[in-house]
Design a protein around this ligand. Structure first.
Ligand SMILES: C=C(O[C@@H]1C=C(C(=O)O)C=C[C@H]1O)C(=O)O
Length: 90
């Protein structure tokens, strides 16, 4: 079925883009983690996280994406980031 193949090709492209986007994000967050370790700042910043979650939920609603899913996804990423930041502190 041509439409199925076409949709799957787009899904594969989107998955590749997601991997590249996540890799860039983790490059930034690792740099932030090294700065935090250097300046003895805590690995997590719950106030910033709350602002990011509120912003992402609103963007999700506008984009017709489930905001609960958007929040879960961001929390999943942030928990990995915090794990990296804790490791930088040693
Ligand atoms: C990257 C940071 O560290 C943590 C991870 C965050 C993220 O992945 O967006 C946000 C806040 C912090 O809990 C930061 O403080 O900016």
């Amino acid at each position: 079925m041509a439409e199925l193949e076409s949709m799957r090709a787009s899904i594969d492209n989107i998955d590749a883009a997601l991997v590249h986007i996540l890799a860039e994000r983790f490059k930034c967050t690792k740099r932030v983690g090294r700065l935090k370790a250097e300046y003895d700042l805590p690995p997590a910043d719950p106030e910033r996280e709350a602002r990011q979650i509120a912003r992402l939920r609103a963007l999700a609603v506008d984009a017709d994406l489930d905001p609960a899913f958007a929040e879960k996804f961001l929390n999943f990423i942030i928990s990995e980031v915090i794990r990296h930041h804790e490791a930088f502190r040693g």
